[in-house]
Structure formats: structure tokens, C-alpha cells
Design a protein around this ligand. Structure first.
Ligand code: ADP
Length: 323
């Protein structure tokens, strides 16, 4: 039995790495893809995890398979496409460490996952099933993601969803919004960023945003990450906020995934329905997940930047919060 199984994209993030002797930009090869990052965050915290997705039969695919194995993520569900290359994403950082992406995916191997390729036992034999929306930007991966979601739902698994909006990968913003919202009726835990709240609901107020989702979907827990402002969480009965930590941020890549992995770890520890969390429990889980997110911004890349339990505990006890 796995603690968490995730389906989705696995790709290369080329992150900025200074200038060459000739003054040309250098990029560092890092493993990327939000669902795999979330699993890596969980594995670092001692959880049993499994990944389902597709990479190319190329050098980058070999590298990514090796990274998953090294992160102790079960990768029986990692398939290789013989004709499509592994997807590449070049990350651009602005002076605040915030990032944007250029994707090389026309199409990429991650989009080639087919519904019949989903290993059913890996989806059924887990405590939490996690997915995102990048694997729903086109077929056949969209159908494969929905099929896995359906299997998880039918097996009675807790379902966690981080849409992780990447607009350049969609044919239009309307298509993105419609496809992202269409699966909400099967989700228990939804994690979005403040920007995604506004994109999906048109609202900026967090409480109004929470009401918008709870009115439309059978959600148990909504989490909204707010960058350096920390995070907000709500169930139907309780809500809480917690600030982020005052760390030396150099690259925010993977911060949201570190946050999500940390939240799922805490939900597994508690072993109760997320919808039954008290405001105090929610606040404590947000503090823990913010510590994980904040620490992830202190190193470059996503998977290499994920913190250990000891680092999170140190941050919680020794680092000031940003207010
Ligand atoms: P996403 O990567 O999904 O957009 P955020 O950027 O909101 O998510 O970051 C997730 C979490 O990481 C935040 O809730 C916060 O705890 C932490 N974090 C992000 N940026 C910073 C920062 N500049 N300083 C401290 N913590 C940060």
C-alpha cells in the first residue's frame, strides 16, 4: 500500500545558473513536474509514494527515471514513449525570485499517456491519490488522468488536486478554466495559489473564494498559498491562516509542491477526514507546510530544494515569520 500515488507530468526544468565566461546565460538541468515534486517532498518526509506518467526514450528520460528511483518514488508506472521526446521547461527568474516558463512540448512524451496504460493497482492501493491539470491540457493524457481519478474515486481514496495553472500549455484561458473546474466534483483536497483563485473564481477575497468552492463542489479542504504572505486554509466549518517564514529566498520553483507534500504528510499523520480538522489543527498544518514551502525557496530547482523533517522542525522553532 502506498501513502500517495500521483499521476501527471515529469519533465526537465532548466533553471538559470548565471553566466558563462563569454557572458552567455547558463541553465542547470533539474527534474521537474509538479506531481513528481509533491511525491519527492513526501518521500523526503518518509512516505511511500508511486508515480504514474510518461517520459521519452531519450537521455532526459533516463535521467528522470534515475531521479525518481533516487528519491525513493516507486516508478513501475513510469512509461517510455518511443516517438516523443521528454518535455523540457526553461525557467526564467525575475529579480524577486518569481518564475515564468517556456515549454518545449509539441507534443512532449508526458502528454502521450493513454487511459489503458494506467496501472490500476497502483491507483487503488494508496491512501491518497494526487493529480494536477498539466496532464489535462490535451489528449491522450487528459483521458488517462480522468481515468485514474475515476479509479481512485471508485476505490474510495482521498483525492488531492493542485491544478498548478500553466496558461501557455492551454489552447485558451477559457479552456483551462473549464477543464480545471470540471473535475472538482471528485476532489477532497484542493490546493491553489492566490493567482489561481482569481483566475478560477474572479475573486480576490480568501473567505469569499472558499465559499465559492464549497458552494459548487463537495470539497473537504481548500488551501490557498500566497507566496511570501504564507497560506490560508478552510474546511466547511473552520478556517486558519499562517505567515511564511523569513528565509533567504533565491528561487521559488517547487515551493508550492513542497507545501502540498507537507500538507498531505500531515493529513496522513492525523488519519482523519480533512473536512473534520479544527481551526487549531489547520493552523498547525499550515505552519508546517509554510516552513516546507519557505525552505524550498532557499535553494535552486524543485526536487533538490525539498526540506527534511529536521529542517522543517528547525525552521518552525528558530525562524521568524514574515508578517
Ligand atoms: P506556488 O509555487 O504554488 O505558486 P507559492 O509561491 O504561494 O506557491 O508558495 C508556496 C509556499 O511557499 C507559500 O505558501 C510560502 O509558505 C512559501 N513561500 C513562497 N514564496 C516565499 C517567499 N518569498 N518567502 C518565504 N516563503 C515563501
Amino acid at each position: 500500500m502506498y501513502d500517495v500515488t500521483a499521476v501527471g507530468e515529469l519533465l526537465i526544468d532548466f533553471t538559470p545558473a548565471g553566466l558563462s565566461g563569454q557572458g552567455q546565460p547558463l541553465f542547470e538541468q533539474n527534474p521537474g513536474g509538479a506531481p513528481a515534486n509533491v511525491l519527492a517532498a513526501l518521500s523526503r518526509l518518509g512516505r511511500r509514494t508511486a508515480f504514474i506518467g510518461k517520459v521519452g526514450q531519450d537521455f532526459f528520460g533516463d535521467y528522470l527515471a534515475g531521479v525518481l528511483a533516487q528519491a525513493q518514488i516507486a516508478c513501475d508506472g513510469l512509461l517510455r514513449d518511443p516517438s516523443c521526446r521528454t518535455t523540457l521547461a526553461f525557467v526564467h527568474l525575475d529579480p524577486n525570485g518569481d518564475r515564468s516558463f517556456s515549454f518545449y512540448r509539441n507534443p512532449g512524451a508526458d502528454l502521450m499517456l493513454r487511459p489503458e496504460e494506467i496501472p490500476e493497482a497502483t491507483v487503488r492501493d494508496c491512501r491518497i491519490f494526487h493529480f494536477g491539470s498539466v496532464s489535462m491540457t490535451g489528449d491522450p493524457a487528459r483521458g488517462a488522468t480522468r481515468h485514474a481519478l475515476e479509479l481512485a474515486r471508485r476505490a474510495g481514496r482521498l483525492v488531492s488536486y493542485d491544478p498548478n495553472l500553466r496558461l501557455p500549455l492551454w489552447s485558451s484561458p477559457e479552456d483551462a478554466r473549464q477543464v480545471i473546474l470540471a473535475v472538482l466534483d471528485r476532489v477532497d483536497v484542493l490546493k491553489i495559489s492566490e493567482e489561481e483563485l482569481t483566475f478560477l473564481t474572479g475573486l480576490t477575497d480568501l473567505e469569499q473564494g472558499a465559499r465559492w468552492f464549497f458552494d459548487r463542489a463537495p470539497l473537504q479542504l481548500l488551501l490557498i498559498t500566497r507566496g511570501a504572505k504564507g497560506a490560508y486554509g478552510a474546511t466547511r466549518r473552520a478556517q486558519a491562516s499562517h505567515p511564511a517564514f523569513d528565509v533567504q529566498t533565491i528561487d521559488t520553483t517547487g515551493a508550492g509542491d513542497a507545501f502540498t507534500g507537507a500538507v498531505l504528510h500531515r493529513l496522513l499523520l492525523r488519519g482523519k477526514d480533512p473536512g473534520r480538522l479544527t481551526a487549531e489543527e489547520l493552523e498547525s498544518d499550515l505552519a508546517y507546510a509554510n516552513a516546507a514551502g519557505s525552505l524550498a525557496t532557499t535553494r535552486t530547482g524543485a526536487i533538490p530544494a525539498l526540506p527534511t523533517e529536521r529542517e522543517i522542525q528547525n525552521c518552525l522553532t528558530r525562524t521568524r515569520t514574515l508578517t
